[in-house]
Design a protein around this ligand. Structure first.
Ligand SMILES: [Zn+2]
Length: 76
Protein backbone atom coordinates (compact mmCIF):
# COMPACT_ATOMS: atom_id res chain seq x y z
CA UNK A 1 0.00 0.00 0.00
CA UNK A 2 1.15 3.53 -0.84
CA UNK A 3 0.78 6.57 1.39
CA UNK A 4 -2.23 8.66 0.29
CA UNK A 5 -0.33 11.85 1.10
CA UNK A 6 3.15 11.43 -0.32
CA UNK A 7 2.99 8.07 -2.16
CA UNK A 8 5.71 6.74 0.11
CA UNK A 9 5.77 3.12 1.23
CA UNK A 10 3.50 2.16 4.12
CA UNK A 11 5.07 -0.31 6.52
CA UNK A 12 3.51 -2.38 9.25
CA UNK A 13 4.23 -1.08 12.71
CA UNK A 14 2.64 0.04 15.92
CA UNK A 15 1.43 3.40 17.11
CA UNK A 16 -0.15 5.01 20.14
CA UNK A 17 -3.62 6.46 19.69
CA UNK A 18 -4.80 9.12 22.17
CA UNK A 19 -8.56 9.57 22.42
CA UNK A 20 -10.52 12.22 24.22
CA UNK A 21 -13.73 10.91 25.69
CA UNK A 22 -16.56 13.03 26.98
CA UNK A 23 -16.11 15.03 30.22
CA UNK A 24 -12.41 15.63 29.47
CA UNK A 25 -11.51 12.02 29.98
CA UNK A 26 -8.68 10.59 28.01
CA UNK A 27 -7.52 7.15 26.99
CA UNK A 28 -4.30 6.32 25.19
CA UNK A 29 -4.35 3.00 23.41
CA UNK A 30 -0.80 1.76 23.06
CA UNK A 31 0.82 -0.52 20.51
CA UNK A 32 -2.01 -0.34 18.00
CA UNK A 33 -1.15 -2.23 14.82
CA UNK A 34 -0.99 0.27 11.97
CA UNK A 35 0.47 0.99 8.58
CA UNK A 36 2.99 3.81 8.89
CA UNK A 37 4.47 5.79 6.03
CA UNK A 38 8.25 5.41 5.96
CA UNK A 39 8.53 8.85 4.36
CA UNK A 40 6.12 11.26 6.08
CA UNK A 41 5.03 9.20 9.09
CA UNK A 42 1.34 9.26 8.24
CA UNK A 43 -0.56 6.52 10.05
CA UNK A 44 -3.29 4.37 8.53
CA UNK A 45 -5.41 2.06 10.67
CA UNK A 46 -7.36 -0.73 9.07
CA UNK A 47 -11.12 -1.12 9.56
CA UNK A 48 -11.07 -4.26 11.78
CA UNK A 49 -8.54 -2.57 14.09
CA UNK A 50 -10.71 0.56 14.24
CA UNK A 51 -13.68 -1.55 15.30
CA UNK A 52 -11.62 -3.10 18.09
CA UNK A 53 -10.51 0.38 19.16
CA UNK A 54 -14.15 1.45 19.43
CA UNK A 55 -14.86 -1.51 21.70
CA UNK A 56 -11.88 -0.68 23.91
CA UNK A 57 -12.96 2.97 24.20
CA UNK A 58 -16.54 2.03 24.99
CA UNK A 59 -15.34 -0.28 27.75
CA UNK A 60 -13.07 2.44 29.17
CA UNK A 61 -16.03 4.81 29.26
CA UNK A 62 -18.20 2.27 31.03
CA UNK A 63 -15.47 1.67 33.59
CA UNK A 64 -15.26 5.42 34.23
CA UNK A 65 -11.62 5.80 33.26
CA UNK A 66 -10.45 9.40 33.66
CA UNK A 67 -6.94 9.03 32.30
CA UNK A 68 -6.03 5.63 31.06
CA UNK A 69 -3.43 3.72 29.16
CA UNK A 70 -4.50 0.51 27.49
CA UNK A 71 -2.37 -1.92 25.55
CA UNK A 72 -4.19 -2.85 22.38
CA UNK A 73 -3.18 -6.52 22.43
CA UNK A 74 -4.22 -7.02 26.04
CA UNK A 75 -7.56 -5.22 25.67
CA UNK A 76 -8.72 -6.41 22.26
ZN1 LIG B 1 3.60 9.56 3.40
Amino acid sequence: MKCPLCKGTMKRGETNMPYELKDEKMVVVREVPALICSQCGDVFIEAPILRQLETILKRAEEEGVILGFVKFREAA
